[in-house]
Write a protein of this length. Structure first.
Length: 122
């Protein structure tokens, strides 16, 4: 017996779908289960579109007293994950103007070992 389960030959067994070329040309009616699955997917897509999503606000724009300092590891920890990666703008809600200096501050803090470079050091 070969590795593919075909007792006599070198090639794997062909499935039924390869033996029926007429199925590709004309579409057979869906089964009841397939129709229900399609309906459930459509309903899930509709529900995903609905709902109120709160707009994220840049905390540095909202509070002008906050400064981005590489020495302030406590503030910078809010913008890195538990694995040590930087949290992107679309998730943190920062604007581009503040995300750039924030990334620089995180990199400087990593270089001075104020922040971890990877999850091994947490």
């Amino acid at each position: 017996m070969s590795a593919f389960g075909n007792p006599g030959g070198d090639r794997p067994e062909r499935h039924d779908r390869y033996d029926r070329p007429e199925r590709r040309e004309r579409r057979e009616p869906q089964s009841v289960k397939a129709r229900l699955r399609a309906k459930a997917r459509k309903k899930a897509r509709k529900q995903r579109k609905k709902g109120f999503v709160r707009r994220k606000v840049c905390r540095f724009c909202a509070d002008s007293t906050l400064e981005i300092e590489y020495r302030d590891a406590k503030t910078l920890r809010l913008f890195i994950t538990e694995t040590g990666k930087m949290i992107p703008r679309r998730i943190s809600g920062n604007c581009a103007r503040h995300q750039r200096p924030l990334a620089t501050a995180i990199k400087r803090a990593r270089h001075l070992a104020l922040l971890p470079t990877s999850s091994n050091y947490l």
